[in-house]
Ligand binder design. Structure first.
Ligand code: FES
Ligand SMILES: [Fe+2]
Length: 371
């Protein structure tokens, strides 16, 4: 049986109340990761940065996706353009980090590309028989700006436009964060937390890390700090096509709520209400081989001038370590000869026990891989 047929044979079905979960082997086979790279990651929208960092012609950012690297740059015509970050001569990477350039010059033999990707100069090419500069333009990637703020790329030039893919989620975010359009990226990167909130790297398949993010059925058991801060009876999970949302009221004096959105396949967005407006984007799970997961690029957004403003840091205890331990145990458990596939707990009220967002994630995986 080839892999696609095998994926189609799983018992992940449309109705979350009847569906089984993905079987253990779907998390453990390195060939599945290769299929996921081709059919999911290289065809999905991935966050790269803030549009405010790309104001003038020549402003650029670079972004990574597993083993791929891209450049996103403001062209002379004012449009954002995306390119694979690779020189068409002999393959050196062109740009790193972010900055501003008048033209894209390769650090290896100094081929020069215009901001529209066309090869402008290749020293000595005039003496090379039949050299056609037009055949050596940088290869394009798809770029779109979500909500006039968040720059995404997609290696698939035929991908569904991001505005269509994620537009309804943005409407929902704007409803919950009335000041969303005013928020700007916080340029100062915070030091990595050393309070147990960081779970990465995780020695587990990336889908286990996403599964675990997508439900709070485990929160009362596994996260005493988190479930003390929240009124768990108010926790709600809803699934909406390609995105899902979790929200819950806190016990804090300001009466705020926490909210987490997730966009297929691997992005999360978060905020809390009651304090200063803020919003974070995270590429939450990036496969580093089939049995290890890293955190990807993330940015925080605040009101202009509020960079150093008061941020309420909830005391959720070592939540990251708690999740890391869970995911690593599940990775081992899924390879047990004593496990096949489970069922989802589906709560029609979308309450704290509901695993409908995990079900949605599994269904989208099967749809993407089983073609
Ligand atoms: S690899 Fe870029 S100029 Fe040679
Ligand atoms: Fe958790």
């Amino acid at each position: 049986m080839n892999l696609q047929t095998k994926i189609r044979s799983t018992k992940v079905t449309a109705d979350p109340s009847l569906s089984f979960s993905l079987p253990g082997w779907a998390y453990l086979d390195p060939e599945i990761l290769e299929l996921e790279k081709r059919e999911i990651f290289y065809k999905s929208w991935q966050y790269a940065g803030w549009v405010g960092d790309l104001k003038a012609p020549g402003d650029y950012i670079t972004a990574e996706l597993i083993d791929q690297s891209v450049i996103i740059i403001r062209g002379q015509d004012g449009e954002l353009k995306g390119f694979h970050n690779v020189c068409q001569h002999r393959g050196h990477q062109l740009l790193a980090g972010c900055g501003k350039v008048a033209a894209i010059t390769c650090p290896y033999h100094a081929w020069v590309y215009r901001l529209d990707g066309a090869l402008r100069n290749a020293r000595g090419a005039e003496r090379t028989a039949g050299f056609d500069a037009g055949a050596f333009s940088l290869r394009p990637v798809n770029v779109e700006v979500l909500a006039d703020k968040l720059v995404f790329f997609n290696l698939d030039m035929n991908a569904t436009p991001l505005a269509d893919f994620a537009g309804k989620m943005v409407d929902d975010i704007r409803r919950d964060i009335p000041d969303f359009d005013k928020l700007v990226k916080v340029q100062k990167r915070p030091p990595p937390p050393d309070d147990g909130m960081n779970m990465f790297p995780v020695e587990a398949n990336w889908k286990i890390v996403m599964d675990n993010f997508l439900e709070c059925y485990h929160c009362r058991n596994a996260h005493p700090g988190f479930s003390e801060d929240l009124i768990m009876d108010t926790y709600r999970t809803t699934a909406h096509g390609v995105w899902s949302k979790q929200r819950g009221n806190t016990r804090r004096a300001d009466g705020g709520e926490v909210m987490f959105w997730s966009l297929f396949p691997n992005h999360t967005f978060s905020t809390s209400t009651g304090g200063n407006p803020h919003f974070s984007v995270q590429i939450f799970a990036v496969p580093d081989g089939h049995a290890r997961t890293q955190f990807g690029h993330s940015d925080r957004y605040r009101l202009p001038g509020d960079e150093d403003g008061e941020v309420f840091r909830p005391d959720w205890g070592p939540l990251g370590i708690e999740d890391k331990d869970i995911c690593e145990s599940v990775h081992k458990g899924l390879s047990s000869m004593g496990y096949d596939a489970g069922r989802f707990i589906y709560d029609h009220e979308h309450g704290e026990t509901s695993e409908e967002a995990v079900h949605l994630f599994h269904r989208l995986i099967v749809e993407a891989l089983g073609i």
